[in-house]
Design a protein around this ligand. Sequence first.
Ligand SMILES: [Cu+2]
Length: 479
Amino acid sequence: MSKLRNFVLAGGLVAAFGWGCSPQAPSNSATPGPRSEQLQGEELAVLTHAPEVPLPITRQHPTKVIVKLEVREKVSRLADGVDYTFWTFGGQVPGCFIRVRQGDLVEFHLANHPSSKMPHNIDLHAVTGPGGGATSSFTAPGHESTFSFKALNRGLYVYHCATAPVGMHIGNGMYGLILVEPPEGLPKVDHEFYVMQGDFYTKGPNGQAGLQPFSMQKALEEKPDYVVFNGSVGALVGDKALQAKVGETVRLYIGNGGPNLVSSFHVIGEIFDDVYPEGGDTINHNIQTTLIPAGGSAITEFKVDAPGTFILVDHSIFRAFNKGALGMLKVAGEENKELYSGKQDDRVYQPEGGAVQEMPGESKTHPGARTKEERIRQGEDVFKQVCTACHQANAEGVPNVFPPLAKSDYLNADPNRAVDAISNGLQGEITVNGAKFNQVMPKLALSDEQTANVVTYVINNFGNKGGEITPEQVAKRRK
Ligand SMILES: [Cu+2]
């Protein structure tokens, strides 16, 4: 008999975990007995907040699993400076991860906190029965409902609220994942993580500060202002990034709550060795991008072979770089130059044997700036063509990923830092206006003239302190 179960029978877990999800699953040192498909005993499910996943089930028999999940309506951060009233299963978006074994009898308790304004319910896609539990679990604020279901089918399933207006309840964050593990369990891996995408519709446009109400109109038009992993912009970046070491195996349980968008889930610089498409049984191999339907899931597995930061995205790429669907997996360890060399060489490319080719008339349209004003004007073109891709058109950057050039204390301390960043690239930790960045800016192939112009443009705009950088200064610095 498992330690965990003894503990439950003594009433310990109920007191220890109550209604919340625990931040991390407790260690489970159960010794499995002989396998049986007879329902035996009962236990309280340990639920976790994303990105944690409860430990694999080592039980060799089905049991009665008691799940206690509490709905809370809660204001929290959607993006920097932007708050939102989330409706949650367990206090966070996505809802707590539930892990049961195929054949388990699940006794589900849904509580709706007295502070809620709305009734809520739950439709678990793992349920075989009308409404997936929805009608049996309709719960007014300050009430608790109970229903049971048998976990007949193995797989990774979405659960969500199905109270009218359904789209609004899901759109406010009411979704999560339940894994029904096969009796033999899943192959052992070093790390399991829980990542769930969702789209959000706010009254103000992306980035507008303050408490943003839900926009029914934008939701109807399927035009989200935010598309995020784990409930907010930046939930999986910086020191909240997923972590692993070179040589380890990683399993991602990925869900998509929608309410509207499907996700083209991709990890930049990684290939999924195995994918269980749509969370079912078949296994596909060597996958770059896997499609996750709204109200659907996928399991991906891969070994991390190279160190570095791997970016999780919805490859509908504006969602990643402009609406928030971006996370990180940081892999620590030794580089393997045979596997991935890094940049080996960079030289001037001169086609047609030597002289740099010029378009006729090009030298006339770019005569070189004679005044500071001309320099600023020409620098603006370079800025729009080159810098905005990362630092954004308003030079505000992207939190945790691209630092702001606007009012940048880092840049204003010495404008030559911009010249150096363009000439040599920039990487390693820097602090800009109090925020830490640890990313890579590639070196850019700009002439001395273009570099002088764009830096002069930047330091004379976006609230920066002014000044001028000339091509001569750039040339000298580059020597
Ligand atoms: Cu609801």
